[in-house]
Design a protein around this ligand. Structure first.
Ligand SMILES: [Zn+2]
Length: 84
């Protein structure tokens, strides 16, 4: 019987760019994705540079998030931070 490869979650790819990520229309740098939740909670917006881009491949669609160092979700923290 053939095993079906069943992933526990989406395939996640994480990219780091020290200067931040430019939006697709090149107008500005991407804001920290947590700003969406911060606004909902009435918290001040994140002032950090969103240096991390997290792409989750759900098969049918991608979700992309941008995070500053402080807001990168723990599950996306690299196991080791390679020296650049
Ligand atoms: Zn942030």
């Amino acid at each position: 019987m053939d095993a079906i490869h069943d992933h526990d979650g989406p395939e996640v790819r994480i990219f780091h760019r020290p200067a931040g990520w430019v939006l697709p229309d090149y107008t500005d740098l991407a804001d920290c994705t947590t700003n969406y939740h911060r606004a909902q909670d009435g918290r001040p917006a994140c002032t950090g540079i969103a240096v991390w881009k997290v792409v989750e491949d759900h098969g049918m669609h991608l979700t992309i998030g941008f995070y500053c160092d402080a807001d990168l979700p723990a599950e996306h923290q690299p196991a080791t931070t390679p020296a650049v």
